[in-house]
Design a protein around this ligand. Sequence first.
Ligand code: AHR
Length: 519
Amino acid sequence: MSQPISRRGFVLGAGAATAAILTTRRGLSSPATEQRVNIDLAKETGTVRPELHGHFAEHLGSCVYGGLWVGKNSKIPNINGHRKQAVDYLKGLIPVLRWPGGCFADDYHWRDGIGAAAKRPKDVNLHWGMYTEDNSYGTHQFIELCRLIGAEPYLAGNVGSGTPQELRDWMEYCNYPKGSSLSDERAANGSPEPFNVKYWGVGNENWGCGGNMTGDEYATVYRRFATYLRRFGETQPFLIACGPNGNNKEWTQKFWGNMRGGRPSGFAMHFYSNGRGNTATHFTLDDMRQQFASFPNIEMAIVEQRALLDTMAPPNPRLGPVGLLLDEWGVWDRMDPEEEKKYGRLFQQITIRSAIAAALGLNVIHRQAGKLVMTNIAQMVNVLHALLLTDEDKCVRTTTYYVYEFTKAHLGQLSVQTESGAAGAMELSVSASRKDKDVTITLVNPKPDVTLNVNCSLAGGSAAGATARILHDADLNAANTFATPDRVVPQALKVTVQGGTVTAELPPLSVATLLVKLA
Ligand code: AHR
């Protein structure tokens, strides 16, 4: 059972009404300051769609093979080859899952991953190590995983080395109910019911690993592919075009400048938060500050790309606006070569600093909910900003897993306007959402050395009660490792409510979500 974090040794500092010394649960002292937050429950800024907490799994390192997928004959407990522990942990947490890449997608040939496993061809994974993969994990396995964990599937199609026919055939194979050769083949392969896949990526990073095109070249290619991507069954496909790298406006302008008719439903930008100074468990404060500085830039990119989209592709009276996606995001630290050798490409440890980064990102996403239709953190298991790390039969929930677990309460609620008067990447970060009498508030204290006594004032409502959970560690490099899987786990946090005011105390390096019931 987790215990509420208690204030031990609260002492007023000499001469400063707002300064104090607070002892954290790890026994370290830090000065405390008051922080006021205004939450206007009447100023709604958009729905926090479930898809805003989406995820991504690529054939890269041990994300799929060895991570999610251990195979049916493995000694590791599995469900038809899927690691059971991972399925149990991920169930209900993953609203949408993008697969099979990333860069891998633009050299993936879906036909290689269907039919009898023993007969599937062996392909070379040219982006992620030139190793051979046996294609034992293919479309049916991915759809089964999605059904097991309750995720909406999102297939990323091959534009780079593929053809329009290959992609339209994949769509027919997945979505045509029955009677065509491809749908009958799907039935013969064990799935008479169509998969009804809604989300389809038409290429990935086509400005780079997906074909090294310019925005206008890609628009021409996009139009050709999209011509054949139709409603094959009851599901209207939501076609997603490749958007910019970060806030690259030239890509967006050139793409939309060369789009005529047949426009995509979504436009997907990628924005990683690099931390290339030191490896994940050796971050310095400077490394952390540099990485956290990316989040205001991500927020600006969402606002600016949204405005550009609305100018270049004004909302269609029937279909509405083109949806903006943050299709890949998360921390990308300097890799430890030994760990990569052992656990696969782009394996990195996930620390309390990574969890704070995830929460800073999710707060941006919640605040900008009205401008986004989907976001996917990269990636779900063993790669980059992972929720789970695996080693043989061990499966560890990372700090970031817990951030997703307790911020899930925002999903389906209406984001509301917050204001803290504190701007900057190292200041308190806030997002809030509401539905009926429920208000969810996520507070992030990225400061390494200051406790924040946060006073949330609710305009337009009075609080009847509140509960909260917090994730915190005083050591910015603290992680849930295979040896210490429960080093950083959520704790109950004491919250005080008084009319329109909700108060909680956030130690340095902490993330908390408050669940407030209105009177
Ligand atoms: O997530 C890892 C890689 O990052 C993806 O394959 C690619 O899309 C991006 O550059």
